[in-house]
Design a protein around this ligand. Sequence first.
Ligand code: BDR
Ligand code: CA
Length: 315
Amino acid sequence: MTAQPRKIIIDTDPGQDDAVAILLALASPDELEVLGITAVAGNVPLALTQKNARIVCELAGKPQTRVFAGCDKPMVRPLVTAENVHGKTGLDGPQMADPTMPLQEAHAVDFIIDTLRREAPHSVTLCPLGPLTNIATAMQRAPDIIPRIRQIVLMGGAYFEVGNVTPAAEFNIYVDPQAAQIVFGSGVPLVVMPLDVTHKALTTRARIEAFRNLGTEPGRMVAEWTDFFERFDMQKYGSEGAPLHDPCVIAYLIDPSLFEGRHVNVEIETQSELTMGMTVADWWGVTKRPANALFIGDLDADRFYALLTERIGRL
Ligand code: BDR
Ligand code: CA
């Protein structure tokens, strides 16, 4: 008997790497059932992230996917965006037409709450790829949903790689540290894809050409997005390519054997301006604080890109 696909909600701020993550999920119906995609303000403002999410669903040939708009700013702090990385639209690179599929009327937070209340307990996994504002707002508004969540697999934070947006903090956690504190303190089983692992998921010329050589529209778009996205990290880190951060979340759900990590305690800095949004991970177990996350540190990059290319090729 084959296993039922795992039910997921993707919470996202596309973003080229978010876009690739969404394509990977929509290309993997045997493993994943995407109940909905919830947009949040992050890389670019909400008006663009909800639109970008719909562009990606149409590109995948899945315009029936439900896309919801959520919070337009973090819980406490003003919104910080990342047009310097992702361009003005958030999906700069190739030419893109406006989507024609509708945006759902419900607010993303209501959709998250209603879905978790309706579906069987421990059957829905949340996949946040941006700031945690929608997820934490849902938890704060409806604490009864917290024990119903099966797992949260998220991209955010860093320990050995420290920060990408400040010297101490990774973008998704920095943008809404109060939301991150709620999620990391929720008691829900967490799997965290920090920069420590995503900085090993680097594009190379050959990996990008493999997407282009698929000869399909999704393959060409992924190649052009990664071409655009690369320039920033190559200049910044002098690396060979760019990290495809967010697809790590979806790849983990499809094949966790690609990744290695440790169960550790992770706390979020919300007080100090200097280190705001830092993910303080007790990698060496020097405190007695209980583990609250599987903090991933390594991946098999060749197998990761092979999976991505094969799945994007199915669209
Ligand atoms: C994270 O920030 C965004 O720019 C990316 O989409 C990713 O989710 C990396 O720090
Ligand atoms: Ca993202």
